[in-house]
Unconditional design. Sequence first.
Length: 184
Amino acid sequence: MQVALVERARAGDEEAFASLARAAGDRLLAIAFRILRDLGLAEDAVQQTLVLAWRELPSLRDVDRFDAWLRRLLVHACYREAKRGRQWMANVRVLPDLASSTDDYAGVVQRDQLDRGFRRLPPEQRAVFVFHHYLGLTLIEVAAELGVPLGTVKSRLHYATNTLRAALEADSRTSTDTSREHSA
């Protein structure tokens, strides 16, 4: 079914492309958000991806690889948005209700720590991390989808994991030091 839609879209059928875009939109947004950590930037990256996909679709050689091709376009759009977004980044957060249960609060704190650590990663490391851990792709598949050597994927994943681990450990030490100061 999708192959037929891709073929029709390649031939200039706007309705076929609109169907493909609707089917992929939420998935693309979820991936972009996980890479960029900002909904506005993620939406912009998805929009750029779909515009570029429409323009470049006639040059797609293997229609069976449409999803992988689209994700590769998305990752490059995320890289561009990350560079552009760094200049204007504003981060507004809704603080958790402190009256909620301790377990809920601990979960929010842990997600916040992970989010802060993830924001420290360059977009190239975020993309590898998201493709491997969120999409469940093997490292070989990640390399193929991103168009980079397997060694580069391994290196980026290694550095991303170490950076996240160090950020969590630093936050843990900071919270331990803060609690010691309050108890003294």
